[in-house]
Design a protein around this ligand. Structure first.
Ligand code: FAD
Length: 621
């Protein structure tokens, strides 16, 4: 990751930082590509220039440019892109499961056998892969390990054709300029965790930000516009939750990041808002951003903060990834460490009987407002299985709470469980620091299954304020379970104590429960069958949750590609401004992400008609 010391005055920061990698040519706060194009032939040079250096060659063709099109760049052009980016362009990266297919160059029966389903679904198995996504359904399921899903061979499907393995802003600028000037589809992948698969795109050029791993601690960062004076971390955008949490713990600090340990918290997570076990006390990830370094659609490398490129700064804090630019670094607040009390336990209807089980869940709903107001974060699950139901606190997590305070908060519900005769072992543990509490409390989550889609809802306080409303939401949760929907809920509040004006979904603020339900289909269903199940899931199950929370929304990173009216759902009253900014900041529609801001104008025409990345990206007529 390169730094921009020239921008420090704009940052209002009291630190000075490292030497820039770019041979920067400063102009009104922007830095142009420091790549020497002198040796590049006149026919190719235009592919690498920024929008300011030459009028962009914006095509109006219906679809982006794909292999086989006359406009597809020549081998010589791709080779030059590779050369200019210090050999960091990866061509035709092989899908990981290709080791299981004898017709693939990487076929390796031993490696294939090592990919048990459990091994394959571990998030660490794919952590350093340039193309793999944690949402295989969105990739198009064209190359799976056979013991998980029969993909009938191994083809590239929704994977990109070229990957820019970017470690410096210069690499990002080259890819951005090349895609804008050629019309090739551009995607951005960090970890590939997005539930909707927004890091993929058939035959695209992908910018892979994973190895932007620098972490710099800033003792004192000041920005009076943001009302902040205190420590901060400036990190590369490839930094993951487990990395920043560890770095912060070493300084006895905490940073707002996800509960999932491999999430790219400085990339797509923070750009989309991002909830955290610390959200109840410090707001979303995006609320904690002080500054970004970013490559814009024009190919400029700029700082976006409270004084430079302020529109861009507003949009990047919650407006979603792959929409307004490619961030290469982010500076975030570093808060003092906190004590934490956490509880993990579960019970199932197999032990309690079905009636008692539901009475126990009904009584739990009564405590959600109190738990959210007390600034706790409860990750809890409701799993149906062959007519039985299992509940788990996974965990109840109380930052800034002593053992006594947290126990007192849980006690009213525990009393009801005791009255109902539910046997449970609450396993309440106190930690004197966040890092140990987080490591001990949250599960290592897995890659999504090949037959699942998830819809989400940010249920506001109004859904819990009366007995009648609590009964209503309970009835809907129960009904979803009875229809075999797997549910994951986060009971919390997401108010921003600094009350920043940013693009974070306005629906987060009155929220008391971020709730998800998933539909599963028989693994070998046809495309038509899957589409019907997915449409029914939206029209019936997800719609019933929408019906009881009119005017609420969902979470853009943990949601369904089929979410209707996604602009309002994912951004609420911020959407009209975001649409205006999209037109202004990316007039070329260079950046696209399904359900991203402004994505209504484009659609992936998938080969099987399913909502996935295995097809050309074309304009909606
Ligand atoms: C196991 C698991 C656990 C999760 N836990 C949490 C959690 O605790 N809290 C939470 O809020 N969410 C959580 N999520 C959801 C997660 O926040 C989103 O999936 C998020 O989008 C991941 O960002 P990423 O950069 O890691 O993933 P990617 O899928 O690589 O990227 C997500 C989106 O951001 C774009 N993007 C990524 N980096 C950049 C960049 N530098 N510049 C521009 N665009 C970029 C991508 O193009 C894509 O559109 C979890 C997901 C999984 C699968």
């Amino acid at each position: 990751m390169a730094s921009l010391p020239v921008m420090v005055t704009a940052l209002l920061a009291t630190y000075t930082s490292a030497t820039p990698v770019l041979s920067a040519n400063l102009d009104a706060g922007n830095v142009h590509v420091g790549v020497d194009l002198n040796g590049v032939s006149s026919t190719l040079k235009g592919l690498f220039t920024s929008a300011a250096q030459a009028s962009p060659n914006v095509t109006t063709s219906r679809c982006k440019v794909y292999p086989g099109d006359a406009a597809w760049p020549s081998d010589e052009a791709w080779a030059k892109l590779n050369e200019l980016s210090d050999g960091r362009l990866i061509a035709d990266a092989t899908p990981r499961a290709a080791v299981c297919y004898p017709d693939q160059p990487t076929y390796n029966a031993t490696q294939c056998a090592a990919y048990t389903v459990a091994e394959w679904q571990k998030s660490y198995t794919h952590i350093h892969d340039p193309i793999e996504m944690y949402s295989p359904v969105a990739q198009g399921l064209t190359c799976s390990i056979p013991n998980l899903f029969d993909s009938r061979g191994c083809t590239r499907g929704g994977f990109p054709k070229y990957v820019m393995n970017a470690t410096e802003p210069k690499h990002v600028q080259l890819a951005v300029n090349f895609a804008r000037n050629t019309g090739v589809r551009l995607v951005v992948k960090n970890t590939g965790h997005d539930f909707l698969g927004k890091s993929g795109g058939k035959d695209s050029l992908s910018i892979w930000t994973h190895w932007m791993k620098d972490i710099e601690y800033i003792e004192k960062y000041e920005d009076s516009n943001m009302g902040y004076s205190g420590p901060a971390f400036k990190t590369g955008t490839g930094v993951q939750a487990f990395e920043i949490y560890k770095a912060a713990a070493e300084k006895k600090r905490i940073v707002v990041g996800g509960e999932g340990e491999t999430v790219g918290v400085m990339g797509g997570y923070i750009l989309g808002g991002g909830h955290s076990p610390l959200t109840p006390i410090y707001g979303t990830g995006a609320d904690n951003v002080l500054s970004f370094e970013v490559v814009t659609a024009d190919g400029e490398f700029v700082v976006a903060n409270s004084t430079s490129n302020t529109d861009l700064f507003w949009a990047l804090r919650g407006g979603g990834g792959s929409t307004f630019g490619v961030t290469t670094s982010v500076t975030v607040k570093a808060h003092p460490d906190v004590e934490v009390t956490a509880a993990r336990f579960g019970f199932s209807s197999a032990q309690t009987g079905v009636e008692t089980f539901w009475a126990a869940i009904r009584s739990y709903v009564d405590s959600w407002i109190a738990n959210a107001d007390a600034q706790t974060y409860t990750y809890w699950t409701l799993i149906p299985s062959n007519g039985t139901f299992a509940f788990a606190f996974s965990p109840f997590f109380a930052p800034n709470k002593s053992l006594e305070d947290a126990t007192a908060l849980l006690q009213p519900w525990f009393n009801k469980l005791n009255e109902l005769g539910v046997k449970f072992d609450p396993n309440i543990t106190h930690f004197d620091n966040y890092y140990d509490a987080w490591r001990s409390s949250f599960p290592l989550e897995a890659v999504q299954k090949p037959n699942v889609a998830t819809a989400s809802r940010l249920f506001p306080r109004g859904n819990f304020e009366s007995e009648e409303k609590r009964q209503e939401i309970f009835d809907h949760i129960k009904r979803s379970s009875e229809k075999n929907r797997v549910q994951v809920h986060f009971n919390m509040q997401a108010k921003d104590p600094a009350n920043n004006d940013n693009a974070v979904n306005s629906h987060w603020r009155p929220m008391v429960s971020f709730s998800m339900q998933s539909v599963r289909w028989p693994i070998n269903s046809t495309s038509e069958e899957i589409l019907k199940i997915r449409n029914d899931f939206q029209d019936v199950d997800a719609q019933s949750w929408r019906d009881i929370s009119p005017g609420a929304g969902g979470y853009l990173a943990e949601a369904d590609r089929l979410e209707p009216d996604f602009g309002f759902a994912f951004w609420g009253d911020k959407y009209p401004k975001l649409l205006e900014l999209k037109k202004k900041l990316d007039p070329y529609d260079l950046f696209f992400a399904t359900t991203g801001v402004g994505s209504e104008k484009w659609k992936v025409e998938s080969v099987d008609g399913l909502p996935n990345e295995n097809g050309k990206l074309c304009r909606v007529e």
